[in-house]
Design a protein around this ligand. Structure first.
Ligand SMILES: *Cc1c(COP(=O)(O)O)cnc(C)c1O
Length: 311
């Protein structure tokens, strides 16, 4: 049945005004609690359901991170073979995590672009469905479900704060606002310095490919955003800001203490905006922050980053 979803309806947490420098009560959409540890299951789950309905026997996706993990999870639920192509930079921990869902992990190339080129070829050679980690309207449609859930919960909000990597999550939120008649709600799009491909593109007025990613927020490490994300970034609905790695890690530590939930620096970036860009966020009464989550975090890693940044 097409009504089946892979993702779950995640909780909405409320914290009061003294949580952050912006002084506003904040709503946290807790996608860190998805079975795949991040929001990625929303879009990739839908994509896998559609691929299965189309008769595919297998999927292939290039990602050493949360997209690969979510695709592997969804494929297992649907009984599809999953092949995840990771670059050499992907940690053993991440490779092992993907394998726990029965997916095959192939190591190819030193960057996402190399792994992605191989994934496309692999899909063509093996008749498998190729999955892109962020540049696909089906993914955006799936990610949009997070907005549907907040609206269904009846909690008013007047801006959405989200992290941006390749822009799939941003485009999903835009789609979700649109289909709920809320396109007048602005989105604060947050990147870390060293992974700020959207910010650089908006400043230049054309899509920019970063020479390298130098941020610890590796899940935001798309050197170039989707064209649709750039186009959205050029509209008034999207306000692009950046935070430092140190600020993102600090926000992860504060969030862990407050909620007892661990998230990646990619997610910490969105949380940090409420402190670092307090002047901007306090223009809104009920900010909604997308807690995008991520499996690339642990007590030990947060401790290491804490020391690295002298926090
Ligand atoms: C993928 C991811 C992002 C960025 O999402 P995009 O769709 O690439 O913009 C942010 N945070 C986490 C935890 C992610 O897994």
């Amino acid at each position: 049945m097409m009504s089946k979803t892979m993702h779950i309806d995640t909780p909405l947490l409320e914290v009061d005004g003294d949580y952050s420098a912006c002084g506003r009560p904040l709503l946290f959409k807790m996608d860190a609690l998805q079975p795949s540890g991040s929001f990625k299951l929303r879009g990739l789950g839908l994509r896998c359901i559609q691929a299965a309905a189309g008769g595919t026997k297998g999927i292939v996706c290039a990602s050493g991170g949360n997209a690969g993990y979510a695709a592997a999870y969804a494929a297992r639920q649907l009984g599809l073979a999953a092949t995840i192509i990771v670059p050499t930079s992907t940690s053993m921990e991440a490779r092992n995590a993907i394998q726990t869902f029965g997916a095959e992990v192939h190591v190819e190339g030193s960057s996402f672009d190399d792994a992605d080129a191989f994934a496309r070829k692999w899909a063509a050679d093996h008749g498998a469905a190729y999955l892109h980690p962020f540049d696909d309207p089906i993914l955006w449609e799936g990610h949009a479900s997070l907005v549907d859930e907040v609206v269904a919960a009846g909690k008013p909000f007047d801006c959405v704060v989200t992290a941006v990597g390749g822009g799939g999550l941003l485009l999903g939120i835009i789609e979700g606002l649109k289909r709920n008649g809320l396109s007048d709600i602005p989105i604060i799009a947050v990147e870390t310095d060293g992974a700020a491909s959207l910010h650089a593109s908006i400043a230049a007025g054309r899509p920019i490919t970063l020479p390298a990613i130098t941020s610890v927020a590796t899940s935001l490490g798309a050197r170039r955003v989707a064209q649709a994300a750039f186009d959205a970034g050029m509209t008034d609905q999207v306000i692009s800001v950046t935070v430092s790695d140190s600020e993102a890690v600090k926000a992860c530590l504060k969030f862990a203490d407050a909620t007892r939930v661990l998230v990646e620096p990619a997610c910490g970036a969105a949380l940090a905006a409420a402190d670092v860009h307090a002047d901007l966020i306090q223009r809104f009464e009920r900010p909604l922050i997308e807690i995008c989550g991520g499996i690339g975090t642990s007590i030990a890693r947060l401790q290491t980053w804490k020391e690295t940044f002298g926090l």
